[in-house]
Ligand binder design. Structure first.
Ligand code: FES
Ligand code: FE2
Length: 345
């Protein structure tokens, strides 16, 4: 098997590259697996994605500006249409640059994120971004924590799929004593079914106080179900919590990601009878309430993943103990996806 920590991702999937809030009127440069991409909104608000490289001298177009519907390079002022076609070169006739075009990428805006499909064009319409039904649901309260981790994306997914690391988060009592019951595996997914002790129960209007007052927590066993929906991740803990991690592999040693946490208010039927406008206000006012806890968990995880990456770089051949068979399944999927993508050598 090829060295996992050197493998590229399969590009035939939708990748989250930025939040919608990050992309307002300005040009936004993102990197998705060694490709610099410039994002911008057309006057209609529709998002477009072009390679962030002027074909003239290969400088970044994201350092330029938007002129209506056209992107203008900062250096000599060449202009490009939203589909990448060069439309204007100062001092040249249109016929002389009619074959000048830069790459554009399929792009979607959904669930508060900008998604790019960097792979084969014909596959873009056959695949969808991971579904996040909680995003719009009025009974679900969302929080987001961004990550920028100096590690290969495989370390991020392995951390997320390995529920035996609650020790790291013991101060937050996020979960504990996870027991792996079974695993299902396919070419593009791994489902790992655990049982774990869960400390939080959302059954009273004051339940959120459990986040800050440990004495209010009610330990109980719950199913903890982890899914690697390649290339992203989803988990549910009991009925009250769902978590997602949207992965954006930057290069072999850098991964951006966003953790999304949803707390369910399904246990409060009185709330569901309120007018929609009030429910929207409740949802909006509670949004991001779990962010401090989420950020703490993310920081703890990132510190471990960065050390794993550094240890790998110091001694790539060194063997390590692998005790959770979920990770072997995850590694098979990462390997299989990389090999199935046509551009992988
Ligand atoms: S480098 Fe972009 S116009 Fe010359
Ligand atoms: Fe963790």
């Amino acid at each position: 098997m090829k060295d996992l920590r050197q493998l590229p991702p399969s590009l035939d999937h939708w990748y989250a590259v930025a939040t919608s809030a990050e992309l307002r009127k300005q040009l936004l440069s993102v990197t998705l697996w060694e490709k610099d991409i410039v994002l911008f909104r057309r006057p209609t608000e529709e998002v477009r994605a072009l390679e962030d490289r002027c074909p003239h001298r290969l400088v970044k177009l994201s350092g330029g500006s938007l002129k209506g519907d056209q992107l203008e390079c900062p250096y000599h002022g060449w202009r490009f249409a939203a589909d990448g076609q060069c439309l204007h070169v100062p001092g040249m006739k249109p016929d002389d640059f009619r074959y000048c075009k830069i790459q554009s990428y399929p792009v979607l805006e959904r669930y508060g994120f900008i998604w790019i499909f960097p792979g084969r064009l014909e596959m873009a319409t056959q695949r969808e971004p991971i579904a996040i039904p909680e995003w719009e649901h009025l009974n679900q309260i969302g929080s987001i924590a961004p990550m920028h981790c100096a590690a290969h994306f495989s370390y991020v997914i392995e951390n997320l799929m390995d529920m035996h690391h609650s020790h790291l988060h013991r101060a937050s009592q996020a979960w504990s004593d996870a027991e792996l019951e079974r695993i299902e595996e396919d070419s593009d997914r791994v489902d790992a079914y655990y049982q774990a002790t869960n400390y939080y129960k959302i059954d009273q209007i004051w339940s959120a106080a459990q986040l800050f007052i440990p004495a209010l927590r009610q330990p109980h066993r719950s199913p903890l179900v982890n899914h690697y929906f390649y290339p992203h991740w989803r988990t549910t803990l009991g009925k009250d919590f769902a978590l997602y991690c949207l992965i954006c592999p930057v290069n072999k040693t850098q991964t951006r990601a966003w953790m999304l946490h949803f707390t369910s208010l399904e246990a409060f039927p009185a709330l569901h009878r309120l007018p929609k406008v009030i429910r929207h206000i409740v949802k909006k006012s509670l949004t991001h309430s779990a962010r401090p806890l989420l950020k703490k968990l993310v920081d703890e995880d990132m510190s471990m993943m960065v050390q794993e990456q550094q240890a790998y770089q110091q001694e790539p051949e060194r063997r390590y103990w692998q005790t959770n068979r979920t990770l072997a399944a995850v590694q098979r999927v990462i390997h299989g996806q990389a090999m199935a993508y046509p551009k992988t050598d």
